[in-house]
Design a protein around this ligand. Structure first.
Ligand code: HDE
Length: 715
């Protein structure tokens, strides 16, 4: 019997493709547009003749009481009353997408026998949910926070979840501290402030008293805390898992996702503004890219340490507050994930998606990482509160391979299992265990010994080496951003005990960092380092290391700023060039509607459609912009405070800015960018680049656009 499950039934799934999960969801998907019966019904299928008026006892002129008897109105209201479920206690705000995973070859078979990681003929469907941690479901996307990076592989051997983050370490070492940490980070209990921020007394109080957080705090205060896009951030499994190979050898492993587009961040001022200007910025960005066919991709990499080498490092490899520096344990890139489909409906897919670190498949296992051990309990448990005990049966969560066992009943059970048997062993041999040799999950025969006690081993007690390593590895401008971020946050703490304690703690990481932050926030300014700086650097910790090798404008948002009287040929040429580079182009004009080029009468010519007016979309929402030539148009731009602000703000945010012909006059005379050199000759096509501002007198070829953006990006 067992072999039936392991063999024949699963054979049907060996030809599974990336669409297998999407096809599976079709069983539960309705499309009102294609339904033959388009009429409105109750949940029970009764045609409804009036959905606007509650049944009332009344005569022709006087409104009478609404009748409780109206079962149609009651169903509508009662159904609505219960629309909300508890939001996730952390990572409440998120957005999801479907995709698929492939390995390049079978090189990982030296570490694992898991087919999902070793069989290049397979395409494994995936669902991914990105999230922020602190804020509630309605909070803004671009807040300073850690980003969740939760991935679900619907493999032929069952679901495998890597519930990761965009930062490779965590705030605490032991799961028992998680409720304290989350209470401290979340809005304070007396007034529920702040939302989507860690800039408050309780968070900094906690991390000041819990020095194991120091390393993660450095990452969260760095530019990693304000990613430009979900598509432009790394993902990390964080915890130490294990892999088992066919020779029954075990390896410790860390999982990594590396974005094809490189790692990019906002600058802080920009992130703050986008929180208000477009709180859904990241959500829309993901959707926009997928809909445009610019499918986000990540390489998948592993770091492996043989079991015998567990204790070869000066840190404990089971400590989630530590990275495994790549110089010590190189990354091996083995596969790639592509996201190619947005969800059809947010709630049943993204909101009901439920991830569990305990979901692994044969060939992959756990380690004694104390954070992971606690997580393996917590995720399953939290889904019961959020979704009910049968949450695995929800369409988005159920595997695409067969499921058969003797778990039964509970709220919202909707699977119907035929027959008399719901236990094992049974006389009919229904649904019995599958031997390991036929695909049953094998627990690694790990020897366990020890004294039952509540202590942390010595290596778990060192907290500053890697915090220092991270800080040392940043470029000067990344360090400056980190100092500003920590200063911003600590300035929001009004209890001197809090900001004084933390500025003191920073002196264990870096003297200059501690000094600068203390000066900014009124902390105690140290006169010497609290600890020797080991001076070590790991280049792969700076996000600059992950800039794309070839500059690219794929999926970037580029604005063309125009007023009536612009140069039409240029705008058309630029648009074509940006389109060819797979960027999206937006015309920003004085009004949404037609804007008229030089030579056309306003309101009469054919014009170009402006996607937004100057007030409608700010420079913060674009990666770059360009101002074409046109004397009249340049003059109009120069008379408008908003367009001048547009350029100054973008310049302050280090955006690539382009200008042609009289567009340069506007930049030079009205905007007055300090220290910038501009092309002098308005008749020449010689390109001048200065501080990311790219100018040329005239537009000569489509390559200006590509060159300009390349230069702008390099700077
Ligand atoms: Fe989570 N975490 N976590 N976490 N976590 C949850 O599970 C928890 C930790 C992460 O998109 C919860 O379904 C404990 C590390 C992500 O649905 C909850 C501990 C990392 C998501 C929970 C940690 C994460 C969660 C809340 C310490 C990075 C969102 C809702 C022992 C590797 C998943 C839920 C999604 C969600 C518990 C630490 C990432 C309560 C106890 C480390 C991406 O179960």
């Amino acid at each position: 019997m067992a072999s039936t499950i392991a063999g024949a039934a699963r054979q049907a799934y060996t030809s599974m493709t990336s669409t297998a999960k999407v096809a599976d969801l079709q069983n539960d998907t309705v499309d009102p547009a294609s339904q033959t019966n388009k009429g409105l019904t109750t949940d029970f299928g009764l045609y409804v003749s009036d959905t606007d008026n509650w049944l009332k006892a009344q005569d022709g002129t006087h409104t009478g009481p609404s009748l409780l008897e109206d079962q149609i109105a009651r169903e509508k209201i009662q159904r609505f009353d219960h629309e909300r479920i508890p939001e996730r206690v952390v990572h409440a705000r998120g957005t999801g997408a479907h995709g698929y995973f492939k390995v390049f070859d079978n090189r990982a078979s030296k570490y694992t026998y898991a087919p999902v990681l070793t069989d290049p003929s397979r395409t494994t469907p995936m669902f991914v949910r990105f999230s922020t941690v602190q804020g509630s479901r309605g909070s803004a996307d671009t807040v300073r926070d850690v980003r969740g990076f939760a991935t679900k592989f619907y493999t032929q051997e069952g679901n495998w979840d890597i519930v990761g983050n965009n930062i490779p370490v965590f705030f605490i070492q032991d799961a028992i501290k998680f409720p304290d940490f989350v209470h401290a980070v979340k809005p304070e209990p007396h007034n529920e402030v702040p939302q989507g921020q860690t800039a408050h007394n309780n968070f900094w109080d906690f991390v000041g008293l819990q020095p194991e957080s120091a390393h993660m705090v450095m990452w969260a205060m760095s530019d990693r805390g304000i990613p430009r896009s979900f598509r432009m951030m790394q993902g990390f499994g964080v915890n130490t898992f294990t892999l088992m190979n066919a020779k029954n050898e075990r390896f410790f492993v860390k999982f990594h996702w590396l974005p094809e587009l490189g790692v990019h961040s906002f600058v802080w001022d920009e992130a703050l503004k986008v929180c208000g200007q477009d709180p859904d910025f990241h959500r829309k960005d993901l959707e926009e890219a997928i809909e445009a066919g610019a499918y986000p991709k990540w390489k998948f990499a592993i770091q492996c340490i043989p079991e015998a080498n567990e204790h070869d490092f000066d840190f404990d490899i089971l400590d989630s507050t530590k990275v495994w520096p790549e110089e010590l344990v190189p990354l091996e890139v083995i596969g790639e994930m592509t996201l190619d489909k947005t969800v059809d409906e947010f709630f049943p897919e993204t909101e009901q998606a439920a991830f569990c670190t305990s979901h692994v498949v044969p060939g992959i296992g756990f380690s004694d990482d104390p954070l992971l051990q606690g997580r393996n309990f917590s995720y399953f448990d939290t889904q019961i509160t959020r979704l009910g005990v049968n949450w695995q049966e929800l369409p988005i969560n159920r595997p695409v391979c067969p499921v058969m066992n003797h778990n039964r009943d509970g709220q919202m059970r909707h699977r119907i299992t035929k027959g008399q048997i719901n236990y094992w062993p049974n006389r009919k041999e229904v649904a019995g265990p599958v031997p390991v040799s036929q695909g049953g999950y094998a627990d690694f025969a790990q020897k366990v010994a020890g004294i039952k006690q509540r202590v942390r081993t010595p290596k778990f007690q060192e907290h500053f080496n890697q915090a220092q390593l991270f800080y040392n590895s940043l470029t000067p401008y990344e360090k400056a951003h980190l100092i500003n971020a920590a200063s911003f946050e600590l300035s929001h703490c009004d209890d001197p005990v809090v900001f004084e304690t933390y500025t003191k703690l920073l002196n264990n990481i870096d003297f200059n960092l501690a000094k600068q932050v203390a000066i900014n926030v009124g902390g105690i300014v140290p006169d010497k380092p609290a600890r020797h700086n080991h001076g070590q650097v790991t280049p792969t910790l700076s996000q600059l290391y992950y800039a794309p090798k070839e500059p690219t404008i794929v999926s970037r948002r580029i604005a063309i700023l125009v007023a009536d009287g612009f140069n039409l040929a240029e705008v058309e040429g630029l648009r074509a060039a940006f389109k060819a580079g797979q960027a999206t182009t937006w015309i920003i004009g004085p009004r949404r509607g037609y804007v008229y080029p030089a030579g056309e009468v306003v309101g009469e010519g054919s014009g170009v459609w402006a996607d937004h007016h100057y007030e409608g979309q700010r420079s913060t929402l674009f990666d770059a912009f360009i101002i074409p030539s046109g004397a009249e148009h340049a003059q109009k731009l120069a008379q408008n405070g908003r367009t001048i602000h547009w350029v100054r703000e973008a310049f302050g945010h280090c955006k690539a800015i382009g200008a042609l012909g009289e567009g340069i006059v506007f930049l030079r005379e009205a905007v007055q960018l300090p220290g910038v050199q501009f092309a002098q000759n308005l008749k020449s096509d010689t390109v001048t680049t200065s501080y990311g501002v790219v100018t040329a007198g005239k537009y000569d070829s489509a390559s200006f656009a590509a060159d300009a953006l390349k230069i702008g990006q390099d700077e």
